[in-house]
Ligand binder design. Structure first.
Ligand SMILES: Cc1cc2nc3c(=O)[nH]c(=O)nc-3n(C[C@H](O)[C@H](O)[C@H](O)COP(=O)(O)OP(=O)(O)OC[C@H]3O[C@@H](n4cnc5c(N)ncnc54)[C@H](O)[C@@H]3O)c2cc1C
Ligand SMILES: *[C@@H]1O[C@H](CO)[C@@H](O)[C@H](O)[C@H]1NC(C)=O
Ligand SMILES: *[C@@H]1O[C@H](CO)[C@@H](O)[C@H](O)[C@H]1NC(C)=O
Ligand SMILES: *[C@@H]1O[C@H](CO)[C@@H](O)[C@H](O)[C@H]1NC(C)=O
Ligand SMILES: *[C@@H]1O[C@H](CO)[C@@H](O)[C@H](O)[C@H]1NC(C)=O
Ligand SMILES: *[C@@H]1O[C@H](CO)[C@@H](O)[C@H](O)[C@H]1NC(C)=O
Ligand SMILES: *[C@@H]1O[C@H](CO)[C@@H](O)[C@H](O)[C@H]1NC(C)=O
Ligand SMILES: *[C@@H]1O[C@H](CO)[C@@H](O)[C@H](O)[C@H]1NC(C)=O
Ligand SMILES: *[C@@H]1O[C@H](CO)[C@@H](O)[C@H](O)[C@H]1NC(C)=O
Ligand SMILES: *[C@@H]1O[C@H](CO)[C@@H](O)[C@H](O)[C@H]1NC(C)=O
Ligand SMILES: *[C@@H]1O[C@H](CO)[C@@H](O)[C@H](O)[C@H]1NC(C)=O
Ligand SMILES: *[C@@H]1O[C@H](CO)[C@@H](O)[C@H](O)[C@H]1NC(C)=O
Length: 623
C-alpha cells in the first residue's frame, strides 16, 4: 500500500518509521483489518501501539463516563500526534467554530463576523465547517454570532475536540480503533443537518465524512436476492442532494432523496429512513439501498448487502446513523427522470377571518388520502403570528412527479372549487417541467437553519386518521389547536409505498402514513435553562401528547424529531425495536457508536452542563 503524506516534518517522521520496517507497513487485509505483520505497528512506540489496532476490546471500559480531558486515561499528546500520522495528517485539533471571529481572542475579525452573521441561517455556511451543526440549540448555544444570540463567550460547548477529516476508509478505521481502544467519545458528522444534533459531542473525536464525494454509475446492477436489475449509483457518503440529483439527471435518472438541497442523503438521511418527493411512488430512501460499504465497530471495512453481513445491511436501512457502523459508500437504485408538475401558492386569514381560513384547511384534509394514493407529495405549512393574530397557509410545493399539467389540475380542482366557494383568494401557479430535476430545482427554496429558540416534534398520522368524516374532523381540530397554541407547523402529505417489499429497519409507521406532521415549540431565547426546559416539557406533555393520543401505535421520524420524544424506541422503530437492540449488542458490544435517541442509547446520557437536552456535557452510563 502506498501512503501519501503531506509535506512537512510530521509526514517525514512517519515515512521514516515505515521505511525502517518495510515489511511491516500497515496494510488493509482482504477483510479490511488494519494490521501489520503479526498485528503490530512497527515503529509506533510500544506503550501506545495497542490504541490503533483492530479487533481489540477497550482497555478502560469500566469507568462511568467516556474518557475526557483531565481524566487519567485521556490519551497523551503523543498518542493524538501518532493518530494524526496514521491518518495522513488529516486530524484537526480544536477546529474553530464559525462565530469565533466575533469574540475576543486571536481570531477576532469584525468584517468576518458580519459575514458569518449574514449567512448564519443558510446551510451552506455550516456543512463546510468541520464542527458546525445546524441546530445551535443542541450544541448548547456556546458560540453564536452575538447579533443573533449573545453567548457571552465563544467556548466549544457540544463541539468535538478533534475532527478526523477522513478521505479514505482506512482513516475511519484508525479513528474507530482509537476511540474504541481509548474510550474517547466518538461522533460522526456528515453535514450537520440532523434536527436532534446527533453530529455533535463535547470533547469527542469526530469522524467527518463530508469529503467522500465519489459517484459511480452502473447501467445494470443486478441483485437477484433483492429482485433488482437496473440502473444504480454508488455514492460516497459525503455526496449531497444537489450533487447526486445533478449527476442522476445527466444520466436521465432520478434518485430518492430529500427535498432540501444540501442534506447529506447518503449519511444520516438514508440510514434513518428518509422521505422524499418520490416517496409516494418508490418508498423511503432506505428502501432504495442495494449495498453499503462500512467500517464496523471492531475496525473492519466490509460490504453490507443482501448476501454479505446481512444483519448489518438490515439494521443500517432505517436503524439510524452512528449506531452500527460508519458507512463510506451507499449503492442505490436509480429511477427515470420523468416530467413533473409542481405548484406553489398561499393564503392567509387576514381578510377572510379565522372561520373561513380554517374551513379552507378543513376542506384540504378531505383530499389527503386520494392525493397520496395518486403518488403526489405536498409540503405545506401553517404559520401563526401571535402579534397580528393572522394565520398563513403555504403550499410549498404541491409536487406531482410523472404527472401532466391536466392530471395535476384535476387532482387539485375539487379542493380549489371549495376554496373558491368559501371566497378564499389564492393564485396557484401550476407549472409543468420536462424533468423531475428541473421541477425540484425550481420548487424547493433553501430552508432556514440555525434557529436559536425552537425545537420540532413530529408524528406520522396513518390512513386511519383520515378514513371517516369524524376522524378527519378530529385530526383537523388538533392541527387548529396547535396553531392557536402558536406552533409553527410543517406537513408532508405523502405515503411511503414499498413496491419491492423490502425487509429492513425502516419505521413501520411510515407504511400507513398519510400525513407526516411536524410542529415546533418556541421559547424566549433570553430565558433561564429552567424556563426553557419547562416550555419544552409542556410541549411534549401538551401539544405533542394530543397528537400521539389520536394516533395510537403510530410513530415519529428519527431524523426530524424532538430529543424529548418519550419512548423513542417505539416511536422511531415500532415493533422492530427489539431486533434492533439485539443487533446493536451483537454488532457494537462496547457501544463505540452512540447518538442521543439512537438504538441502545438508553444505556447512556449526555450530562449537559445546563440540564437542557443538548450535547454540551460528558457522555456517561445510566446506572
Ligand atoms: C433543511 C433541511 C431539510 C431536510 N429535508 C429532509 C427531507 O426532505 N427528507 C428527510 O427525510 N429528511 C430531511 N431532513 C432531515 C435530514 O434527513 C436529517 O437531518 C439527516 O440526519 C441528515 O443527515 P446528514 O448526514 O446530512 O446529517 P448529520 O447531522 O451530519 O448526520 C445525521 C446523523 O447521521 C449520522 N451519520 C451521518 N453520516 C453517517 C455515516 N456515513 N455513517 C454512520 N452515521 C452517519 C450522524 O452521526 C448523525 O447521527 C432535512 C433537514 C434539514 C435541516
Ligand atoms: C511473526 O510471528 C512469528 C511467530 O511468532 C515469528 O516467527 C515471526 O518472526 C514474526 N514476524 C515478524 C515480522 O515479527
Ligand atoms: C468490558 O470489557 C469486558 C471484556 O470485553 C466485558 O466482558 C465487559 O462486559 C465490559 N464492561 C463494560 C462495562 O462494558
Ligand atoms: C467565558 O469562558 C470562560 C472559560 O470557559 C469562563 O470562565 C467565563 O466565565 C466565560 N464568560 C462568560 C461571560 O460567559
Ligand atoms: C479536509 O480534507 C479535504 C481533502 O483533503 C481538504 O480539501 C480540506 O481542506 C480539508 N478540510 C480541512 C478543514 O482541513
Ligand atoms: C455483496 O458483496 C459481496 C462482497 O463485496 C459481493 O461478493 C457480492 O457479490 C455482493 N452481493 C450482491 C448481491 O451484489
Ligand atoms: C383569530 O384567532 C387568533 C388566535 O386564536 C386571534 O388572536 C385573532 O384575534 C383571531 N382573529 C379574528 C379576526 O378574530
Ligand atoms: C409514470 O407514468 C407512466 C405513464 O403514465 C406509467 O407507465 C409509469 O408506470 C409511471 N411511473 C411510475 C413510477 O408510476
Ligand atoms: C410560475 O412558476 C414558474 C416556475 O417556478 C415560473 O417560471 C413562472 O414565472 C411563474 N409564473 C408566474 C406567473 O408567476
Ligand atoms: C437568511 O436571512 C436573510 C436576511 O434576513 C434573508 O434575506 C434570507 O432569505 C435568509 N435565508 C434563509 C435560507 O432563510
Ligand atoms: C425566538 O427568537 C426570535 C429571534 O430572536 C424572536 O424574534 C422570537 O421572538 C423568539 N420567540 C419567542 C417566543 O421568544
Ligand atoms: C434577548 O436579549 C437581547 C439582548 O439583551 C435583546 O436584544 C432581544 O430583543 C431579547 N429577545 C427577546 C425575545 O426577548
Amino acid at each position: 500500500m502506498v501512503r501519501q503524506h503531506r509535506n512537512g516534518s510530521k509526514g517525514v517522521w512517519l515515512t521514516a518509521i515505515l521505511a525502517a520496517s518495510t515489511n511491516a507497513t500497515p496494510v488493509l487485509t482482504s477483510t479490511g483489518l488494519l494490521r501489520t505483520v503479526n498485528n503490530t505497528l512497527t515503529g509506533v512506540a510500544d506503550d501506545i501501539k495497542h490504541l490503533f489496532l483492530s479487533d481489540t476490546a477497550p482497555v478502560h471500559n469500566s469507568s462511568r463516563c467516556k474518557v475526557y480531558p483531565g481524566d487519567r486515561n485521556w490519551p497523551s499528546d503523543r498518542a493524538w500526534e501518532t493518530l494524526n500520522q496514521l491518518v495522513d495528517g488529516q486530524l484537526l485539533s480544536r477546529p474553530d467554530p464559525l462565530a469565533s471571529v466575533c469574540y475576543n481572542g486571536p481570531l477576532y475579525n469584525q468584517a468576518e463576523c458580519v459575514k458569518v452573521t449574514a449567512y448564519w441561517n443558510e446551510s451552506y455556511s455550516h456543512f463546510d465547517n468541520a464542527v458546525e451543526m445546524m441546530s445551535p440549540v443542541t450544541q448548547g448555544m456556546t458560540c453564536l454570532p452575538p447579533n443573533i444570540f449573545d453567548s457571552g463567550n465563544c467556548t466549544r460547548g457540544g463541539f468535538p475536540l478533534y475532527v478526523l477529516n477522513a478521505t479514505e476508509p482506512k482513516h475511519i478505521q484508525m479513528g474507530v480503533n482509537f476511540a474504541r481502544n481509548t474510550g474517547v467519545r466518538l461522533v460522526v458528522k456528515n453535514t450537520g443537518h440532523d434536527f436532534l444534533g446527533k453530529s455533535g459531542g463535547k470533547d469527542a473525536l469526530s469522524i467527518w465524512t463530508h469529503h467522500f464525494k465519489d459517484i459511480e454509475y452502473f447501467e445494470n446492477f443486478v441483485d437477484e436476492k433483492v429482485g433488482y436489475s437496473g440502473p444504480a449509483f454508488k455514492a460516497g457518503v459525503g455526496v449531497q442532494a444537489f450533487e447526486i440529483y445533478k449527476t442522476a439527471h445527466e444520466k436521465g435518472h432520478s434518485v430518492v432523496g430529500g427535498e432540501g438541497e444540501t442534506v447529506g442523503i447518503f449519511g444520516g438521511y438514508i440510514q434513518g429512513g428518509g422521505h422524499s418527493p418520490l416517496t409516494s411512488l418508490y418508498g423511503t430512501g432506505a428502501d432504495q439501498v442495494l449495498a453499503f460499504e462500512v467500517v464496523t465497530a471492531d475496525g473492519k471495512f466490509v460490504t453490507a448487502n443482501s448476501t454479505s453481513n446481512t444483519d448489518l445491511f438490515w439494521a443500517m436501512r432505517g436503524g439510524g446513523g452512528s449506531t452500527f457502523g460508519i458507512a463510506t459508500s451507499v449503492t442505490v437504485k436509480a429511477h427515470p427522470d420523468f416530467p413533473t408538475t409542481a405548484s406553489r401558492f398561499s393564503f392567509t386569514s387576514e381578510k377572510i377571518g379565522n372561520e373561513t381560513f380554517w374551513a379552507g384547511i378543513r376542506a384540504y384534509v378531505d383530499y389527503f388520502i386520494p392525493n397520496a394514493d395518486a403518488g403526489t407529495y405536498a409540503y405545506w405549512t401553517l404559520i401563526p403570528n401571535v402579534w397580528t393574530g393572522i394565520f398563513t397557509f403555504n403550499m410549498s410545493p404541491f409536487f406531482a412527479p410523472n404527472k401532466t399539467l391536466e392530471e395535476t389540475k384535476a387532482l387539485l380542482q375539487p379542493w380549489f372549487t371549495r376554496l373558491n366557494d368559501l371566497g378564499i383568494n389564492f393564485d396557484p401557479n401550476i407549472t409543468h417541467f420536462d424533468s423531475y430535476y428541473e421541477a425540484w430545482r425550481s420548487s424547493f427554496p433553501l430552508e432556514t437553519v440555525g434557529k436559536i429558540n425552537s425545537t420540532t416534534g413530529s408524528r406520522m398520522f396513518p390512513r386511519a386518521n383520515f378514513e371517516t368524516e369524524e376522524k378527519r374532523d378530529e385530526l383537523f381540530n388538533h392541527l387548529r389547536q396547535s396553531s392557536k397554541n402558536n406552533r409553527v407547523q410543517v406537513h408532508f402529505n405523502i405515503k411511503a409505498v414499498d413496491p419491492a417489499n423490502s425487509d429492513n429497519a425502516v419505521n413501520p409507521a411510515w407504511r400507513p402514513n398519510i400525513l407526516f406532521a411536524q410542529q415546533a415549540v418556541r421559547w424566549n431565547p433570553n430565558g433561564t435553562a429552567a424556563e426553557t426546559l419547562k416550555v419544552r416539557q409542556e410541549f411534549q406533555s401538551g401539544d405533542m401528547q394530543r397528537w400521539r393520543d389520536i394516533s395510537p401505535g403510530a410513530g415519529s421520524y428519527l431524523a426530524e424529531a424532538d430529543r424529548l420524544e418519550p419512548n423513542f424506541g417505539q416511536a422511531f422503530w415500532g415493533d422492530k425495536y427489539p431486533r434492533l437492540l439485539e443487533l446493536k449488542a451483537k454488532l457494537d458490544p462496547h457501544d463505540v457508536f452512540f447518538a442521543t435517541t439512537s438504538v441502545g442509547s438508553e444505556r447512556w446520557k449526555v450530562e449537559s452542563v445546563d440540564g437542557l437536552p443538548n450535547e454540551n456535557g460528558k457522555l456517561c452510563r445510566v446506572d
